[in-house]
Design a protein around this ligand. Structure first.
Ligand code: COD
Length: 298
């Protein structure tokens, strides 16, 4: 079982180096992260964007680009399309978001003719390593699916379960999060949680235990379950948190990334190739850890 990002880094270093196309590479934290992964022989970068600007930022950061390949592109749409094209035609193994907006790069990735969509739903997962929680925590979906319906939630769970299993958790515990632990018809998230739990119990969603609804504290704290009289194998021991909407998941992700310095990573699953996707304002550390997750787990 992979318990922390140091272990993930070790795996990434043992695997053969992967080629990563960074879309709109003129962004200092993404550039620092990918060049640091290149220095550790984890990736071979292809920097897509304005070459002069990329070289200027690299110079400012004291990064030696050497013979790193640069593919000229102007602006976020051109950069996103060219980076996706490099992945589609096999020149790159992974796609990474640089200074582009998530919607721009994902629209390019989803393009029917030129994109890299796979056969399943695409969804975002964040992996966090909170110091006061005994294991890695997968949080979904902070960046892709805006208001997932029940079907989309099943796809999101399946993607998150596949990552948890790659982290070595054979039967991950999925906590479906709402505002309360009781099913309340006035709160649709709690109704979905009840249905998802029953579907897992009946084997309609496989390879995981699902329970919910939970308020966030019940999912992560045994004490909170005891106080509230919740008896659940998932409660207080979740591997995966399924948040009801992009807003809820994004607020949780940003609360962790902005207010704490815990190690975190973000990737998109379900495409034909891995997509390393963080917030543009995330630190170079989060971007580096996301590269590790993208090249090792997808
Ligand atoms: N998985 C697989 N296919 C998808 C998905 C998905 N999650 N979403 C859309 N598609 C397919 C559709 O079936 C269709 O064929 C095509 O893609 C276009 O679908 P639209 O028109 O519904 O999608 P878009 O292009 O309008 O929107 C897709 C986005 C990813 C741009 C959109 O969902 C979005 O803006 N998501 C949030 C991005 C964001 O702002 N994140 C927050 C900050 S990090």
């Amino acid at each position: 079982m992979i318990k922390n990002f140091d272990e993930l880094e070790k795996i990434a270093k043992e695997n053969p180096s992967r080629s990563v196309a960074l879309a709109m590479a003129e962004e200092s934290d993404a550039l620092a992260a990918i060049m640091s992964a290149a220095g550790a022989d984890i990736v071979s970068p292809i920097l897509v964007g304005n070459g002069d600007e990329i070289r200027r930022i690299a110079g400012e950061l004291g990064i030696e680009l050497g013979d790193t390949r640069i593919v000229e592109a102007e602006g976020e749409y051109d950069s996103a399309e060219k980076a996706v094209e490099l992945v589609k035609n096999g020149e790159a193994d992974c796609l990474m978001k640089g200074k582009t907006a998530t919607s721009t790069i994902m629209k390019a990735a989803l393009n029917k003719e030129k994109g890299i969509r796979g056969n399943s739903l695409l969804s975002h997962i964040s992996i966090a390593n909170p110091p006061n929680y005994p294991k890695l925590l997968v949080i979904t979906d902070a960046a892709m699916n805006i208001a997932p319906d029940l079907d989309a939630k099943i796809g999101i769970i399946n993607n998150a379960v596949s990552i948890s299993r790659k982290l070595g958790v054979d039967k991950p515990k999925v906590a479906v999060i709402g505002a309360v632990e009781k099913v309340n018809p006035a709160m649709p998230a709690t109704m979905d949680a009840a249905v998802l739990s029953k579907m897992a119990q009946r084997g309609q969603i496989k390879n995981c235990l699902i329970d919910g609804p939970f308020a966030l504290d019940n999912a992560l704290s045994k004490k909170s379950c005891e106080v509230k009289g919740i008896v659940s194998e998932v409660g207080g021991d979740a591997d995966i948190l399924l948040l009801p909407t992009i807003e809820a998941a994004n607020v949780l992700y940003k609360s962790l990334s902005v207010l704490t310095d815990i190690p975190m990573a973000g990737i998109i699953l379900g495409a034909a190739k891995p997509i390393i996707l963080t917030s543009r304002a995330d630190s170079d550390r989060i971007k580096y850890l996301s590269i590790l997750a993208g090249v090792s787990l997808v």
